[in-house]
Design a protein around this ligand. Structure first.
Ligand code: ATP
Length: 255
């Protein structure tokens, strides 16, 4: 269940964002992508989320090039990947309905049918996964509250619960805590570690290097047009092989 970008080149129009980027994520690991603003962290996540095809290179899921298969098959892969954006987009309904939303949309119709049938015969109340996910982000008590009454930090926690609820293989997080206070940030970070414990592979783009240091198993440094270094978190922070990594981490590289 490894998701991998292999020698990917991408850009917009005539603008090159990156050239020859490779990165993988495996079950039960947290990979952080760090790099200055505008370097292409979101672009890389969008490619890993299979939203866009890279201009060159390949994105592989379980060693299968995802842009070489049928659209139907690619959709199946898409359903196994969850994504949380910088800003939560919730709709006007209860917290529980919002957390369940991913379950309804992302499940294949066969899964959905099976799930509906089990809830009909009383094997599940149909919302167990969503409630469990809300518990993980500390919002179980608020399940019946209207989502519009939540603070920004709580809304982001619901967005995270939504992604967690349908048990993706891979979770992609684009600066999920950049607008949050320390308490909400800590809740999300704990939930990320819980996702890892459940065997989910997590990729998080963050400009908060301390966050990368706190939660990541591996760190990829995106600078210029390339990932200049990727490795074990401690090594990247304490003993980087690339001098630019050290400068970036110490704030000496100004972009
Ligand atoms: N849809 C698009 N069309 C044209 N250019 C784009 C598009 N999306 C991103 N870009 C450009 O590609 C480059 C990389 O953007 P991206 O959002 O991936 O960077 P980032 O590292 O995530 O930045 P930030 O940390 O500020 O969110 C930027 O120069 C941006 O302006």
């Amino acid at each position: 269940m490894t998701l991998e970008a292999i020698d990917v080149h991408h850009g917009y129009g005539t603008e090159t964002v990156f050239e020859g980027v490779s990165l993988s994520v495996s079950p039960g690991e947290v990979v952080a992508i760090i790099g200055p603003s505008g370097v292409g962290k979101s672009t890389l996540l969008r490619l890993l989320a299979l939203f866009d095809a890279p201009n060159r290179g390949s994105i592989e899921y379980e060693n299968q090039a995802v842009w070489d298969v049928s659209e139907q098959r690619r959709l199946e892969y898409r359903r196994r990947i969850g994504m949380v954006f910088q800003e939560a987009s919730l709709f006007d309904a209860s917290v529980r309905r919002n957390a369940e939303y991913g379950l309804r949309v992302r499940r294949s119709w066969t899964d959905r049918l099976r799930h509906e049938l089990s809830s009909l015969v009383g094997k599940t109340n149909g919302t167990g996964d969503a409630i469990d996910a809300l518990e993980t982000v500390g919002l179980r008590e608020q399940a019946d509250q209207d989502a519009s009454s939540l603070s920004g930090g709580e809304a982001q926690r619901v967005a995270f619960a939504r992604a967690l609820a349908y048990e993706p293989d891979i979770l992609l997080l684009d600066e999920p805590t950049s607008d949050l206070d320390p308490r909400n940030t800590a809740v999300i970070e704990d939930a990320i570690l819980e996702a890892r414990r459940r065997g989910i592979g997590v990729v998080i783009a963050t400009h908060d290097m301390h966050q990368a240091e706190r939660i990541a198993d591996r760190v990829a440094v995106l600078l210029g047009n390339d990932i200049i270094e990727v490795g074990n978190t401690e090594t990247v922070f304490e003993n980087p092989t690339d001098e630019r990594t050290r400068k970036f981490i110490e704030g000496e590289l100004i972009y």
